[in-house]
Ligand binder design. Structure first.
Ligand code: SF4
Length: 234
């Protein structure tokens, strides 16, 4: 078994796993090339910056103090069985397991059913704009397959859209929400896009980025589709 490549760690968070005090592990590797990626240092599966056994021992010492551990990225499932075996060990310590994923690996998502308790799934854009945003033309279909599968498990799920106005309009956001709701998603999150690079920042205005959060009609329509909607406007 290869060694898990960990590129980052947050020791305590209340926002990355809804309702739980959690730690977050940022795993290396991602198959997508999102235009707004702020994690380019995580894209290659190599040169992990943390010793996975030291992280495991640290988690062991946090058992009973923290409730959950979130596997994020990058794309946490890109390290496949290496990630899954590590998740199993962490679960045996008594933690709830969260997964942030872009949904690119529906077959691996099937493999973590029974290990992962809650998923935060990125629904990045409408089908029409998915390839422009992610650089990969099969990314939309795989994400939808992952979404449908995880809904079918009945386990915790939040579908989230980061509203980069270069790729998502208000109409698109409503369309995404309708597709998610139509697939029986109950919890949806709308996330503000924050440009990472200076040249990226020049491509949109603060008003462009804010437009999704100050349209009461849009808010009402989206909130009518789900049990809960989180507006992450910061
Ligand atoms: S899925 Fe996340 S880590 Fe991967 S390229 Fe997109 S923004 Fe970056």
């Amino acid at each position: 078994m290869k060694e898990l490549q960990i590129g980052g760690l947050v020791s305590f968070t209340t926002i990355d796993y809804p309702g739980k005090l959690a730690a977050v592990l940022f795993l290396k590797g991602c198959p997508l090339k999102c235009a707004y990626c702020s994690n380019s240092h995580l894209i290659a599966v190599e040169n992990g910056e943390y010793d996975p056994e030291k992280v495991f021992d640290w988690l062991k010492a946090r058992a009973g103090k923290l409730e959950g551990v979130v596997f994020s990225g990058g794309e946490a499932l890109m390290q496949a069985d290496t990630t899954i075996e590590y998740m199993k060990r962490v679960k045996e310590l008594g933690f709830a397991i969260g997964l942030h994923t872009n949904g690119f690996y529906p077959d691996l998502l099937r493999k973590v059913d029974g290990i992962v308790d809650w998923v935060g799934l990125d629904f990045k854009a409408t089908k029409q704009h998915y390839k422009d945003l992610t650089g990969i033309d099969i990314a939309y279909d795989r994400m939808i397959e992952s979404l449908q599968y995880w809904v079918s498990t009945g386990r915790g799920l939040e579908v989230r859209t980061t509203c980069d106005p270069r790729y998502v309009s208000k109409e698109d956001l409503l369309e995404i929400a309708k597709i998610a709701s139509g697939a029986s998603v109950k919890h949806f999150a709308v996330q503000k896009y924050t440009p990472y690079h200076e040249e990226e920042a020049a491509q949109t205005t603060p008003a462009d980025r804010e437009q999704f959060f100050n349209d009461d009609d849009l808010k009402k329509k989206i909130e009518s589709l789900f049990e809960s909607v989180i507006w992450r406007n910061n």
